[in-house]
Design a protein around this ligand. Structure first.
Ligand SMILES: [Zn+2]
Ligand SMILES: [Zn+2]
Length: 408
């Protein structure tokens, strides 16, 4: 038995840092790796918030404590995260026999105290077809979304899962909607249900979308992207969602130290608050950032591309008609762009790579000296629909050459 005196001896022996790390708040290295942070500029009208709305911890079938999810989120520079435990799939039930399903959120929120990270309460409603998996964010009490059931054998996760399925999916969706939740359909192409990875729109999803209960749909989850889900989002007017659905470690699955990143939802919010984040999700102001590709509706894509790319200088070289341009990229995307105008370039083909957080220099051959340059581009890795890339036009006033002025 530990006595008070033995505790104080322990405290004297342990360095302070070790005592602090025994507490439940996130502990981070002194310097975070800036290259690892997911970084996008705010737009002309909105703040660009980075959200991972679908993750797991040991409180369902993930393999880490919620605090690790917070530490990963801080390393990745997220603005918001939701730890969305399966309500019905509890393989660690024998070891973590908690009855309060808000516990993972509480532990995560405690770990994020004093950090610039919003922890959003959420749960995953987990059914086989036809409902599949549905995430509910901004819930007020996860315990209301499941039926109470005491398993005879807590090591039999399948028996528990089957018993929990007795509650109709619609009842769980209705309970979440009654709490004002933002509900989205997870990985609709999931291989357990659809071996060919082609999602099927069911009456359940169509009806809940029409009634306004189902508001979003994942088009990118973990290692997977679905054009069919993207099309469903456009057809049903659902918010586009990208998520890691991480169960292991972000470092193992996405290798951020090698330039990789988890899929996330970029949310164009009026301010950096949970209420503004929720409003933006409900109003569909999102982009998905997945494997060096952006996906969004045209409006949001235009907002973010205009904020990310600009011509920062335009100068004629000597007396020539060669116009030197510098294009700045303020985002994490290595943009693959194709020039869609009539000029030609002297050092490039029409295909350009605009590297992340860097300037790219190009020289345009103009038939006569211009006052203003317009550069129409197709952004090949910015999708505004299945197989449809975004268009953007960059423009800038051409600087008057100093030489011309002095010669006159
Ligand atoms: Zn899971
Ligand atoms: Zn999940």
């Amino acid at each position: 038995m530990r006595t008070l005196s033995s505790l104080s001896v322990l405290a004297a022996l342990l360095p302070l840092a070790q005592l602090c790390s025994a507490h439940d708040q996130a502990v981070l290295p002194a310097e975070l790796d800036p290259a690892r942070r997911i970084s996008f500029p705010d737009t002309a009208h909105y703040q660009t918030l980075v959200l991972d709305p679908h993750t797991h911890s040991s409180f369902s079938d993930g393999h880490v404590w919620p605090r690790i999810r917070i530490e990963e989120a801080l390393r990745d520079g997220l603005d918001a995260i939701a730890i969305t435990e399966h309500l019905e799939w509890q393989p660690h039930l024998a070891d973590i026999p908690h009855t309060d399903r808000n516990r993972a959120y509480q532990v995560a929120r405690e770990a994020a105290v004093e950090q610039a990270l919003m922890v959003i309460p959420g749960s995953e409603i987990t059914r086989s077809t036809e409902a599949g998996h549905i995430n509910a964010l901004f819930i007020t009490d996860a315990n209301q979304l499941l039926q109470q059931y005491q398993p005879e054998d807590p090591t039999d996760a399948m028996a528990y899962y089957r018993a929990m399925h007795a509650m109709p999916a619609q009842a769980a969706v209705d309970a979440a909607a009654a709490q004002g939740a933002f509900l989205f359909w997870n990985h609709p192409w999931w291989s357990d249900d659809f071996p060919d990875s082609i999602p099927v729109l069911t009456d359940f999803h169509r009806d809940n979308a029409r009634s306004g209960k189902l508001k979003g749909i994942e088009i990118a989850n973990g290692d997977y992207y679905s054009e069919q889900a993207f099309q469903m989002a456009l057809d049903l007017d659902l918010t586009l969602i990208g998520a890691s659905d991480i169960h292991e470690l972000i470092d193992w699955d996405y290798r951020p130290h090698e330039g990789g990143h988890r899929p996330v939802t970029l949310v164009l919010a009026e301010e950096d608050t949970p209420a503004a984040l929720q409003q933006a999700l409900v109003e569909g102001r999102t982009l998905v950032w997945f494997k060096n590709t952006l996906m969004a509706r045209e409006l949001e894509m235009g907002e973010l591309l205009q904020a990310s790319l600009s011509i920062t200088s335009a100068n004629y070289s000597g007396e020539s008609q060669l116009l030197d341009l510098v294009i700045r990229n303020r985002s994490d995307v290595d943009f693959q762009v194709e020039y869609a105008g009539d000029y030609s370039f002297s050092r490039n083909t029409d295909l350009l790579l605009l590297k992340q957080h860097a300037d790219t220099r190009i020289t345009v051959k103009t038939p006569q000296r211009l006052q203003r340059i317009e550069l129409p581009l197709r952004v090949l890795n910015a999708l505004v629909g299945p197989k449809e890339s975004a268009r953007i036009s960059l423009s800038r006033q051409v600087a008057t050459a100093l030489k011309e002025i002095t010669n006159d």
